[in-house]
Design a protein. Structure first.
Length: 282
C-alpha cells in the first residue's frame, strides 16, 4: 500500500473511533445516529457536487452502491443499539474484529487478494480473541449489546466489499458514499420512529445539536478517507489497517471511564495482534 494511502487509512481509523465515542455520549445513541448520518449525507452530497465527470460509469457500480446502502443500514442499526447497551470498548472490538474475520476469506477467494501464513495466523488470533471476549457471555443489556455488535460486524463487512466492487466499476467515492447513506437514512428514520414513537423521535432527534454536528463532520471525513484509500488498496488490507481504530476506541473508552475485565482485555489484545498480522505483506 502506498504511503499516502496508509496515512489516509490510519487517519480514518482514528476519526472513526472518535465519532463512535462521541455518539456514545449522545443521550440516546439510537436516535443520535439518525441525526449524525443526516449531517453526513449533507456533507457527502456537497462533496459529490464538487466532483467532475459521471458519478457512476455503469449500472453495476450503482447497483453495488445501493447494496452498500443496505449494508450500511444494518451496520448503523446494530451500532446504535450496541453502543446504547454495551461499553464502547467491548462493542467496538466485537463489531470491527468480527468484520475482519468475515472480509478476509471473501477477499482471498473472490477478489484474489494474497494469502500467507501471516494472514491465516491473523484470522485465527482474531477469531480467538473474539471468542475469549465472549467465553463468559455478558447477560442483560450488555449481552444484547454484544449481539447487536455482531450484527453490526456483518453490515461492516458487507459495505466494505460492496464499496470496493463499486469503486472497481469506476464509481466516484463521494457519489458512492452519498448514495449508500441515502439508502440507509430512510431505513434508520422509519425504524427509530416506529420503535420510539414519532413524537418521542421528533423530540430526541434534535437533542445535542452541537455534538451531532461535530460527530457528523468527523464521520464524513473518516468515511471519505476510507473510500479514497479503498480505491487504491485491497479490501482486506484496507479494512485491516482501518481497524487499528480498535486500539483508538479502547483508549477513548478508557478516557471516558470505561474498564474492561481481564478476559475482555486479553481478547481485545488478541484481536489487535491479529489485525497487525493480517496487515503483514504476503
Amino acid at each position: 500500500m502506498e504511503t499516502v494511502a496508509l496515512i489516509w487509512v490510519l487517519s480514518s481509523a482514528f476519526l472513526h473511533a472518535a465519532w463512535n465515542a462521541l455518539l456514545k455520549r449522545h443521550p440516546n445513541p439510537e436516535v443520535g445516529v439518525v441525526s449524525v448520518i443526516s449531517v453526513v449525507v449533507v456533507a457527502s452530497g456537497l462533496w459529490a457536487l464538487g466532483m467532475s465527470g459521471p458519478a457512476f460509469s455503469n449500472a453495476r457500480g450503482l447497483a453495488w452502491a445501493l447494496w452498500a446502502g443496505v449494508c450500511e443500514s444494518l451496520y448503523l442499526l446494530g451500532l446504535a443499539r450496541a453502543l446504547k447497551q454495551a461499553p464502547l470498548g467491548l462493542a467496538y472490538t466485537v463489531s470491527r474484529g468480527g468484520a475482519m474475520v468475515l472480509v478476509w476469506p471473501v477477499s482471498v477467494l473472490w477478489l484474489g487478494e494474497s494469502v500467507s501464513s501471516w494472514t491465516v495466523s491473523g484470522v485465527v488470533l482474531l477469531a480467538g480473541g473474539l471468542a475469549v471476549m465472549n467465553l463468559s457471555r455478558p447477560t442483560g443489556p450488555t449481552g444484547a449489546g454484544v449481539s447487536w455488535a455482531a450484527v453490526s460486524a456483518v453490515g461492516i463487512a458487507g459495505y466494505h466489499l460492496s464499496y470496493k466492487m463499486a469503486l472497481g466499476e469506476g464509481a466516484q467515492p463521494p457519489a458512492l458514499f452519498a448514495t449508500g447513506l441515502l439508502v440507509a437514512l430512510p431505513v434508520l428514520i422509519l425504524e427509530r420512529g416506529r420503535q420510539q414513537g414519532w413524537a418521542v423521535f421528533r423530540h430526541e432527534v434534535v437533542q445535542a445539536p452541537g455534538l451531532v454536528l461535530i460527530t457528523g463532520l468527523i464521520s464524513s471525513v473518516s468515511f471519505g478517507l476510507l473510500l479514497t484509500a479503498l480505491a487504491s488498496g485491497g479490501a482486506g488490507a484496507v479494512l485491516t489497517l482501518r481497524n487499528t481504530s480498535i486500539a483508538f476506541a479502547l483508549m477513548l473508552a478508557a478516557l471516558q471511564g470505561e474498564r474492561l475485565g481481564r478476559r475482555q482485555l486479553a481478547g481485545a489484545g488478541l484481536v489487535a495482534v491479529g489485525a497487525v498480522l493480517l496487515g503483514v505483506p504476503a
